[in-house]
Design a protein around this ligand. Sequence first.
Ligand code: A5P
Length: 217
Amino acid sequence: MSQNEAKRLAAEKAIEYVEDGMVVGVGTGSTVAFFIDALARIKHRIAGTVSSSEQSTERLRGHGIEVLELNDTGDLALYVDGADECDPNKRLIKGGGAALTREKIIAEASDRFVCLIDPSKQVPVLGRFPLPIEVIPMARSLVARRIVALTGGQPVWRDGVVTDNGNLVIDVHNLSITDPVALERELSQVPGVVSVGLFARRPADVVIVGGEPPRVL
Ligand code: A5P
């Protein structure tokens, strides 16, 4: 089965978690694009969505699905998003699509975080996928130096990418993240860091691994 087909099957399964009248938090990426397309079929049943990126907002509105402001909705019952890596404790690396900060905000606001992955994203230890960190532009070099000192990893500026929040992304290579909660906390404290693409303090609640049939963890 192709990776895309696995993503689509995970996204279809996630529709089962959508209940009538919900405001649904919506992530970003190619897996979530399948979820948005599936959500369009039941759009009359939901109260609307909160979007984690301009990209997802455009796709949602293209389907005629209402996009609301998190400031107006309060906490959400459900957030559905993809991930770049997932460990056995449902802790994640996210941000390959540079939407990590808004994704983290929505995850924090949500009672249930359903994460959709294809099997290639399951890892025993996080870190094979470079860890994205969103930084304030003037702090780019400072944060890179602190990353080296704190982690021993290799920071690489994602040149040419500006986030929806007007910031930059540094990807940290060569990590083996044995304590993701501690690393998330440490890196988040460096001045200039907006957010770290580790979702460990607030991991996923449910992980759906795409396949025939999809596996729910
Ligand atoms: C977006 O910033 C990311 O967190 C995505 O959730 C992640 O990159 C997964 O993307 P795909 O669904 O495209 O693999």
